[in-house]
Ligand binder design. Structure first.
Ligand SMILES: [Zn+2]
Length: 332
């Protein structure tokens, strides 16, 4: 499931390639036909990501709200300008702000999690994305434009040069500005949207008065935005905190530490496209961790394997129908 870092990456791709342009909208699959008619031909004027949701503003006071949910993804094709802040999976700033040129080759994850062409639930990009330096102007002569529709495309957004196809979202709807405000008001703080200090105070005050286990509070988008199953498990391990501890029993300095850690990890996630949660890796370990999920987490997806710190077998349990991984010794 895409976590907050993916949605911020998508928003940056939209900022570069869709905002400021007139955008054709259609619903090849038909399930968003009425919404697409409302948006078709309008200019996109801004984009916001909050937690796991993206809001695209159009002229005429209309917004598109998209929540990818478990299976949603955006696929970009045609000419895409790669946002330099997300272009390098090495976390370095490559010279990537030329059209379609990636000079600093990222380490790509085998499962495609940090793809620049397909962002959301991991899947293979189905369409060609131009990344070569020779590219100027229009798509290749032999490339079909617009690209053929493949699979269940809920929404296709098309500019002169760029095509963005949305498949499998949990939510895709047109909202008024008031509706957008109401949606965002229900969401907990997002370190890349809210002032980090104010966000910290909001997070701490909510967590510290709840009897709910911290392992559930971190997944509650009304408490904090953008954390999913991977970041939840990793943040708790990094804090050496038992996931079943009621929020109100977690010491205040630990709650503050979790928020600050989330601020750090989210930034890394947006830059690299990976939920990189391990520190102090050698360059070799870093490359391995970027390439393989199994090499970049402390506890996530490591059920039964020895804890990287103490050797105890990592536990897997179901909590609120989601898998939770933790070390019963380090997080006693
Ligand atoms: Zn351990």
């Amino acid at each position: 499931m895409p976590e907050g870092h993916s949605v911020h990456r998508i928003a940056r791709q939209f900022e570069r390639n869709i905002v400021g342009r007139r955008v054709a909208a259609s619903s090849p699959q038909g399930r968003f036909a009425e919404g697409a008619v409302l948006l078709d031909g309008r200019e996109a004027i801004g984009v916001r990501a909050v937690g796991k949701q993206m809001f695209l503003a159009y002229e005429g006071e209309l917004w598109l709200r998209v929540h990818l949910g478990m299976y949603g993804a955006w696929d970009f094709s045609g000419e895409i300008l790669v946002d330099p802040t997300i272009a390098s999976a090495n976390g370095r700033m490559g010279q990537t702000n030329q059209r379609g040129t990636v000079l600093d080759e990222p380490v790509l994850d085998a499962a495609g999690e940090n793809s620049l062409a397909s962002i959301g639930a991991p899947r293979r990009a189905r369409v060609h994305v131009r990344m070569s330096e020779q590219t100027t102007g229009l798509p290749e002569d032999d490339a079909e434009w617009p690209p053929p529709v493949i699979g269940q495309v809920r929404l296709r957004l098309l500019t002169d040069l760029t095509c963005a196809d949305l498949r499998g979202p949990t939510a895709c709807q047109v909202q008024t500005p008031d509706e957008v405000q109401a949606t965002i008001a229900k969401l907990g703080p997002d370190p890349l949207v809210d002032d980090p200090d104010e966000g910290e105070e909001r997070f701490v005050s909510v967590v510290r008065r709840k009897p709910t286990p911290i392992g559930l509070l971190l997944m509650d988008q009304g408490v904090v935005s953008g954390i999913g199953n991977v970041y939840r498990a990793e943040l708790l391990f990094r804090a050496r905190l038992n996931p079943h501890t009621p929020g109100r029993d977690v010491p205040e300095d630990v709650v503050r530490g979790i928020w600050r850690d989330w601020v750090r990890l989210l930034r890394i996630g947006v830059e690299t496209g990976q939920m990189m949660t391990m520190d102090d890796l050698s360059p070799e370990q870093w490359r391995a961790a970027m390439a393989r999920r199994d090499d970049r987490h402390w506890v996530y997806h490591r059920a039964g394997l020895p804890c990287r710190v103490c050797g105890t077998a990592i536990l897997l349990e179901e909590i609120a129908a989601r898998k939770l991984y933790w070390c019963p010794s380090c997080q006693a």
